[in-house]
Design a protein around this ligand. Sequence first.
Ligand code: ARG
Length: 444
Amino acid sequence: MKLWEKKAVPDSRVIEFTSGKDRTTDMCLAEWDIAGSMAHAIMLCETGLISEDEKKNLLNALHSLFKKTKTGNLTIGEGIEDIHSQIENELVSILGDTGKKIHTGRSRNDQVLTDIRLFTRKEIDETAKTTSRLFYQLLSLSEQYRQVLIPGYTHMQPAMVSSFGLWFGSYAESIADDILMLSDARTLNNRNPLGSGAGYGSTLPLDRKLTTELLEFEDLLYNSAYAGLNRGKAEFAAASAMASLAQTLSRLAMDMCMFMTAELRFVDFPDEFVTGSSIMPQKRNPDVFEIIRGKARLIQTLPGQVSALVSGLPSGYNRELQLLKDLIFNGFSELKDCIGIAIHMLNHIRITDNVTANPLYNSIFSTEEVNRLVKQGVPFRDAYRIIGEKVGNTSFTPTSLTEYTHEGSIGNLCNSEIERIFRSRMLCFVNRSSQDLIDKMISL
Ligand code: ARG
């Protein structure tokens, strides 16, 4: 029986179609639905809507359901629409009439909004944690190989002298900016929709500030109708942050594929980390980075998909909002997977020394030669012409790293500055588990 079922028995195909993937997707929300329900029960008691005993019974029953979730024993039963219905049904079967009181002053609309926000907050924090591992790994590779030169490219043509230090460090600094997007997404996500009901509040004297505090939201989503309108907006911010990180990853993956070609071979990996061909025995394929590149490109479509789903919808709840869950949850899972495997690969990267000794790259030193003349007082444009005439028929003297003194050049990477920026942007990711919140509420 559905929570909303009245006289007519709902058509089973309609229910199957409208529930869609919820019966599996919603399992990610179970622990958060329980945390939200605990905060709601405490609030109902504080405002006199349920008794102290009823609160205690609800909290204990919810706690036992939480343990069931953690051991994988809570499942959504046959014919039950979603996790909210399952948990309410279980409470009713454990507690009878007291269980029936949990939905006082609440709608599945603000309930699902709350669950999603709590789940997303944790996903954001976990993504930040994994990303931080990648950041520090890139930064330490940058330090480790700061002396090893490679050609830097423009238009995919050898352009100027670069180094592994500059290359690895550039991706670290890119991540420092992606993390800012993620921290903004966290701020946008971290407001409490609970108590907004179906989108129009309640005649009951709810204490929304209390649930905000209990669930450790930074503030409330005040306007009840806006709490509903916010569905899609917080998701858009999360999707954009994911897309930003994915863009960094896809470019890193592309560089890797390029640097691993037989022609360049600036980097390589042990045999166990490359794949072969069923017919061509010589192949060393960078499949991992190709898959990262592809998945990262797909993640970059998320903001567009969220936007397509939400823009133009009338205000108030509309059922297709439900489709956002799968997009976003899946996005986080794919993104964390890609970052994880990138870290795994980078742990085994092999760097080729002396790449720039190849005469093919002789011309990348020509800009430095121009600058030598400039330092002797030759006007830049004249120096450019003089050296330009020699390109192709002379070899240029490679300069040393010490000649690069300005911030952000190969001789002065400023990695500690990049780390400073990154570290300050990481402070907001608190990473509280559902267990933390529940332990706190149970011991109040
Ligand atoms: N599965 C629904 C969702 O994710 C839960 C809310 C249902 N609310 C409703 N009015 N049908 O949006």
